[in-house]
Design a protein around this ligand. Sequence first.
Ligand code: PLP
Length: 222
Amino acid sequence: MNIADNINKYLKEIGDRNCKLVAISKTKPVDMIRNAYDSGQRIFGENKVQELADKYPQLPNDIQWHMVGHLQSNKVKYIAPFVHLIHSVDSIKLLKEIEKQAAKHDRIIFCLLQVHIAEEETKFGLTEEGLCQVLDEVVKSGFEHVKINGLMGMATYTPNDEQIRREFRYLKDLLDTVSLKYQYGSIDLAELSIGMSGDYKIAMEEGSTMIRIGTGVFGARH
Ligand SMILES: *Cc1c(COP(=O)(O)O)cnc(C)c1O
Protein backbone atom coordinates (compact mmCIF):
# COMPACT_ATOMS: atom_id res chain seq x y z
CA MET A 1 0.00 0.00 0.00
CA ASN A 2 1.38 3.36 -1.07
CA ILE A 3 0.04 6.46 0.67
CA ALA A 4 1.09 8.84 -2.13
CA ASP A 5 -0.72 6.70 -4.72
CA ASN A 6 -3.82 6.60 -2.55
CA ILE A 7 -3.84 10.38 -2.16
CA ASN A 8 -3.37 10.88 -5.88
CA LYS A 9 -6.26 8.54 -6.59
CA TYR A 10 -8.59 10.73 -4.50
CA LEU A 11 -7.24 13.98 -5.94
CA LYS A 12 -7.85 12.63 -9.42
CA GLU A 13 -11.44 11.70 -8.54
CA ILE A 14 -12.00 15.14 -7.05
CA GLY A 15 -10.69 16.66 -10.27
CA ASP A 16 -11.77 20.27 -10.62
CA ARG A 17 -14.65 19.99 -8.18
CA ASN A 18 -14.73 22.46 -5.30
CA CYS A 19 -13.82 19.73 -2.81
CA LYS A 20 -10.91 19.16 -0.44
CA LEU A 21 -9.36 15.94 0.76
CA VAL A 22 -9.09 15.72 4.55
CA ALA A 23 -6.76 12.81 5.36
CA ILE A 24 -8.00 11.22 8.58
CA SER A 25 -4.88 9.99 10.36
CA LYS A 26 -6.40 8.71 13.63
CA THR A 27 -4.55 5.72 15.12
CA LYS A 28 -1.81 6.06 12.46
CA PRO A 29 1.80 6.87 13.43
CA VAL A 30 3.44 10.21 12.62
CA ASP A 31 5.79 8.66 10.04
CA MET A 32 2.77 7.71 7.95
CA ILE A 33 1.44 11.26 8.24
CA ARG A 34 4.86 12.60 7.20
CA ASN A 35 4.78 10.26 4.24
CA ALA A 36 1.43 11.77 3.17
CA TYR A 37 2.82 15.25 3.86
CA ASP A 38 5.82 14.57 1.63
CA SER A 39 3.47 13.70 -1.21
CA GLY A 40 1.86 17.13 -0.84
CA GLN A 41 -1.08 16.51 1.50
CA ARG A 42 -1.55 19.38 3.99
CA ILE A 43 -4.98 18.81 5.56
CA PHE A 44 -5.18 16.15 8.25
CA GLY A 45 -7.98 15.24 10.62
CA GLU A 46 -8.04 13.46 13.97
CA ASN A 47 -10.92 12.44 16.20
CA LYS A 48 -9.30 12.49 19.65
CA VAL A 49 -7.98 15.55 21.46
CA GLN A 50 -5.09 13.75 23.15
CA GLU A 51 -3.87 12.14 19.95
CA LEU A 52 -4.14 15.39 18.01
CA ALA A 53 -2.26 17.34 20.69
CA ASP A 54 0.48 14.65 20.74
CA LYS A 55 0.98 14.56 16.99
CA TYR A 56 0.83 18.29 16.33
CA PRO A 57 4.32 19.22 17.68
CA GLN A 58 5.96 16.28 15.90
CA LEU A 59 4.93 17.38 12.44
CA PRO A 60 5.54 20.37 10.11
CA ASN A 61 3.71 23.50 11.16
CA ASP A 62 2.16 24.24 7.80
CA ILE A 63 -0.22 21.33 8.29
CA GLN A 64 -3.85 22.38 8.60
CA TRP A 65 -5.24 20.31 11.48
CA HIS A 66 -8.91 19.44 11.61
CA MET A 67 -10.78 17.98 14.57
CA VAL A 68 -13.50 15.64 13.32
CA GLY A 69 -14.47 13.69 16.45
CA HIS A 70 -16.86 14.46 19.26
CA LEU A 71 -15.37 17.25 21.37
CA GLN A 72 -15.98 17.95 25.05
CA SER A 73 -15.89 21.59 26.14
CA ASN A 74 -13.29 20.96 28.84
CA LYS A 75 -10.80 19.69 26.24
CA VAL A 76 -10.97 22.58 23.79
CA LYS A 77 -8.02 24.26 25.54
CA TYR A 78 -5.61 21.53 24.42
CA ILE A 79 -6.17 22.11 20.71
CA ALA A 80 -7.11 25.81 20.67
CA PRO A 81 -3.51 27.01 20.09
CA PHE A 82 -3.29 25.35 16.70
CA VAL A 83 -6.48 23.68 15.41
CA HIS A 84 -7.73 25.16 12.13
CA LEU A 85 -11.23 23.68 11.70
CA ILE A 86 -13.50 21.81 14.10
CA HIS A 87 -16.07 19.72 12.17
CA SER A 88 -18.01 18.51 15.19
CA VAL A 89 -19.54 21.51 16.92
CA ASP A 90 -22.88 20.38 18.31
CA SER A 91 -23.81 22.79 21.10
CA ILE A 92 -23.82 26.44 22.11
CA LYS A 93 -21.85 25.54 25.20
CA LEU A 94 -19.05 24.07 23.09
CA LEU A 95 -19.07 27.03 20.74
CA LYS A 96 -18.78 29.48 23.66
CA GLU A 97 -15.78 27.58 24.97
CA ILE A 98 -14.14 27.58 21.52
CA GLU A 99 -14.69 31.36 21.34
CA LYS A 100 -13.14 31.80 24.79
CA GLN A 101 -10.09 29.67 24.09
CA ALA A 102 -9.54 31.11 20.61
CA ALA A 103 -9.66 34.62 22.09
CA LYS A 104 -7.04 33.63 24.65
CA HIS A 105 -4.68 32.71 21.83
CA ASP A 106 -5.75 35.65 19.69
CA ARG A 107 -6.80 33.28 16.94
CA ILE A 108 -9.80 32.52 14.80
CA ILE A 109 -11.00 28.92 14.86
CA PHE A 110 -13.18 27.81 11.99
CA CYS A 111 -16.14 25.58 12.88
CA LEU A 112 -18.67 23.35 11.17
CA LEU A 113 -21.93 22.50 12.87
CA GLN A 114 -22.52 18.76 12.99
CA VAL A 115 -26.04 17.69 12.11
CA HIS A 116 -27.49 14.28 12.94
CA ILE A 117 -28.52 12.78 9.62
CA ALA A 118 -28.12 9.05 10.28
CA GLU A 119 -30.67 6.54 11.38
CA GLU A 120 -28.39 5.32 14.17
CA GLU A 121 -28.83 6.92 17.57
CA THR A 122 -25.13 6.51 18.28
CA LYS A 123 -24.01 9.29 15.99
CA PHE A 124 -23.70 12.80 17.36
CA GLY A 125 -25.14 15.97 15.94
CA LEU A 126 -27.77 18.66 16.09
CA THR A 127 -31.36 18.43 14.95
CA GLU A 128 -32.58 20.99 12.43
CA GLU A 129 -34.13 22.96 15.26
CA GLY A 130 -30.97 22.76 17.35
CA LEU A 131 -28.95 23.97 14.40
CA CYS A 132 -31.09 27.10 14.06
CA GLN A 133 -30.83 27.74 17.81
CA VAL A 134 -27.05 27.63 17.61
CA LEU A 135 -27.02 29.94 14.57
CA ASP A 136 -29.40 32.36 16.31
CA GLU A 137 -27.08 32.40 19.28
CA VAL A 138 -24.05 33.11 17.08
CA VAL A 139 -25.87 36.08 15.53
CA LYS A 140 -26.81 37.34 19.00
CA SER A 141 -23.44 36.83 20.66
CA GLY A 142 -21.32 38.29 17.89
CA PHE A 143 -18.43 35.89 18.40
CA GLU A 144 -15.20 37.36 17.14
CA HIS A 145 -12.92 34.34 17.31
CA VAL A 146 -15.03 31.65 15.73
CA LYS A 147 -16.26 31.52 12.16
CA ILE A 148 -19.06 29.15 11.21
CA ASN A 149 -18.17 27.78 7.82
CA GLY A 150 -20.73 25.12 7.12
CA LEU A 151 -22.21 21.79 8.11
CA MET A 152 -20.91 18.29 8.74
CA GLY A 153 -22.76 14.99 8.77
CA MET A 154 -22.19 11.26 8.92
CA ALA A 155 -24.51 8.98 7.00
CA THR A 156 -25.86 5.71 8.34
CA TYR A 157 -23.45 2.79 8.07
CA THR A 158 -25.41 0.74 5.56
CA PRO A 159 -24.96 -0.99 2.18
CA ASN A 160 -28.05 0.89 1.00
CA ASP A 161 -26.62 3.60 -1.26
CA GLU A 162 -30.01 5.21 -1.77
CA GLN A 163 -30.40 5.77 1.95
CA ILE A 164 -26.92 7.31 2.18
CA ARG A 165 -27.72 9.56 -0.78
CA ARG A 166 -31.00 10.63 0.84
CA GLU A 167 -29.23 11.55 4.07
CA PHE A 168 -26.53 13.54 2.27
CA ARG A 169 -29.12 15.27 0.11
CA TYR A 170 -31.12 16.23 3.19
CA LEU A 171 -28.01 17.92 4.63
CA LYS A 172 -27.19 19.72 1.38
CA ASP A 173 -30.76 21.04 1.19
CA LEU A 174 -30.53 22.15 4.82
CA LEU A 175 -27.24 23.93 4.08
CA ASP A 176 -28.80 25.74 1.13
CA THR A 177 -31.73 26.84 3.30
CA VAL A 178 -29.79 28.05 6.32
CA SER A 179 -27.05 29.70 4.26
CA LEU A 180 -29.68 32.02 2.78
CA LYS A 181 -31.28 32.72 6.13
CA TYR A 182 -28.08 33.31 8.07
CA GLN A 183 -25.81 35.79 6.42
CA TYR A 184 -23.82 37.50 9.09
CA GLY A 185 -20.20 38.50 9.70
CA SER A 186 -19.01 35.35 11.41
CA ILE A 187 -21.34 32.98 9.54
CA ASP A 188 -20.49 31.93 6.01
CA LEU A 189 -22.07 28.57 5.33
CA ALA A 190 -20.11 27.43 2.31
CA GLU A 191 -18.67 24.09 3.37
CA LEU A 192 -20.36 20.71 3.39
CA SER A 193 -18.25 18.05 5.11
CA ILE A 194 -19.72 14.73 4.01
CA GLY A 195 -18.20 11.49 2.75
CA MET A 196 -15.80 8.92 4.17
CA SER A 197 -13.91 6.02 2.54
CA GLY A 198 -17.08 4.01 1.99
CA ASP A 199 -19.42 6.73 0.77
CA TYR A 200 -17.32 9.62 -0.61
CA LYS A 201 -18.43 9.03 -4.20
CA ILE A 202 -22.07 9.55 -3.29
CA ALA A 203 -21.06 12.51 -1.10
CA MET A 204 -19.23 14.20 -3.98
CA GLU A 205 -22.24 13.71 -6.24
CA GLU A 206 -24.39 15.33 -3.55
CA GLY A 207 -22.20 18.40 -3.21
CA SER A 208 -19.50 17.60 -0.67
CA THR A 209 -16.78 20.23 -0.33
CA MET A 210 -14.73 18.14 2.11
CA ILE A 211 -14.32 14.38 2.00
CA ARG A 212 -12.84 12.85 5.16
CA ILE A 213 -10.84 9.80 4.16
CA GLY A 214 -9.05 7.56 6.66
CA THR A 215 -8.88 3.92 5.56
CA GLY A 216 -8.67 4.80 1.87
CA VAL A 217 -5.52 6.86 2.43
CA PHE A 218 -3.74 5.09 5.30
CA GLY A 219 -5.16 1.56 5.19
CA ALA A 220 -7.32 -0.31 7.68
CA ARG A 221 -7.22 0.57 11.38
CA HIS A 222 -6.67 -2.16 13.93
C1 PLP B 1 -12.66 7.89 11.19
C2 PLP B 1 -13.46 9.00 10.65
C3 PLP B 1 -13.49 9.26 9.27
C4 PLP B 1 -12.75 8.41 8.25
O1 PLP B 1 -13.29 7.14 8.18
P1 PLP B 1 -12.84 6.09 7.05
O2 PLP B 1 -14.00 5.20 6.89
O3 PLP B 1 -11.63 5.39 7.61
O4 PLP B 1 -12.50 6.86 5.83
C5 PLP B 1 -14.25 10.33 8.82
N1 PLP B 1 -14.93 11.12 9.69
C6 PLP B 1 -14.92 10.92 11.01
C7 PLP B 1 -15.72 11.80 11.88
C8 PLP B 1 -14.19 9.84 11.53
O5 PLP B 1 -14.21 9.63 12.87
